[in-house]
Each structure stands twice: as C-alpha cells, then as structure tokens.
Design a protein around this ligand. Sequence first.
Ligand SMILES: C[S@@+](CC[C@H](N)C(=O)[O-])C[C@H]1O[C@@H](n2cnc3c(N)ncnc32)[C@H](O)[C@@H]1O
Length: 156
Amino acid sequence: MTKKPLILDACCGGRAWWHNKHHPAAVYMDARQDSIPLCDGRTVVIAPDIVADFRAIPFPDGHFQAVLFDPPHLLRAGQKSWLRARYGVLSRDTWQNDLRQGFSECFRVLKNGGSLLFKWNETQIPLSHVLPLAAPFAPLVTHSRNKTHFAFFLKI
Ligand SMILES: C[S@@+](CC[C@H](N)C(=O)[O-])C[C@H]1O[C@@H](n2cnc3c(N)ncnc32)[C@H](O)[C@@H]1O
C-alpha cells in the first residue's frame, strides 16, 4: 500500500461508514477531537489524523485521488443529544456559505479526474437546496435510501 494518502475523509467523525477505520490510503480529518459519553453508556470517539476545517483544507491543490465529504446535515439537535454528539450541527446563519466553501475546498484538493463522494441526510434540509452549493460541479449519479443520499462527482 502506498505511503502517500490517496483519500481525504474531510469530516470523518467517528469513521462509522468505513470498513477499515484505519485505512492506510486515507487521511481522516475533522474539525474536532473529542470523546463524548452518551447517556446509554456508549461513547462517541472523534479521533481524526488532523484537526482542520473543511473550509480551509491544509493540503495543496490536486493532492488526493478521492475525497469523502459527509458534513453535518442538521440545523437543530438537542444540546446533549446523540445526534449532535455524532454528527455535529450546521450554523443556522452561515451553513450555505460553509458548505459552498467546503465543496470548493474538496474539489481544490482533488486531482483532475478524481472523485468526490458526498453524503447527505435531508431530515432538515432538502438535497435540492444543497447540491447547487457544489457548482460548477454537479453529481454524475446519486443513490438515495429513505432520506439519506449519496452523490458521486468527478472532477473533470
Ligand atoms: C455527519 S458527521 C460525519 C460522520 C462520519 N462520516 C462517520 O462515518 O462517522 C459530520 C462531521 O463533520 C464534522 N465537522 C463539522 N464542521 C466541520 C468543519 N468545518 N470541518 C471539518 N469537519 C467538520 C463534525 O465534527 C462531524 O464529526
């Protein structure tokens, strides 16, 4: 396996969607490093390789073959809720600009021909309000199950 990371997980959270949560080709990034005990006895552990903001990703242009972008999707969640601990929340005032900047940074650090996988749950904000924030890029395919959507983009 290559030593140079090929994949950026731009907001890895607890890495729940990874089969191998320590994949050698991946860099795991999140804006926080935290360990949050839940009332049911479980603990949410957020332990990224690097703590950084997806609005200012600390890598050069065209660095990665693939980027995973699974940002917070909620505007409202209880202060002590499992949802907030696990997924974080968006700023009600700036979420559109934040996600626009996030998309722009994800595409900047992606090689030409590289792919971006975006995940969104539309419990509070419809996917149709979010995909335009990726402009000028648009997804090639999407897959949806209930309110959760996956959108695949290619940087071409
Ligand atoms: C939906 S969760 C990601 C879940 C993750 N894909 C998993 O499998 O567990 C969103 C994550 O984005 C992080 N986050 C929020 N704002 C961020 C930012 N500006 N830059 C990087 N990460 C951010 C949150 O801390 C949270 O862990």
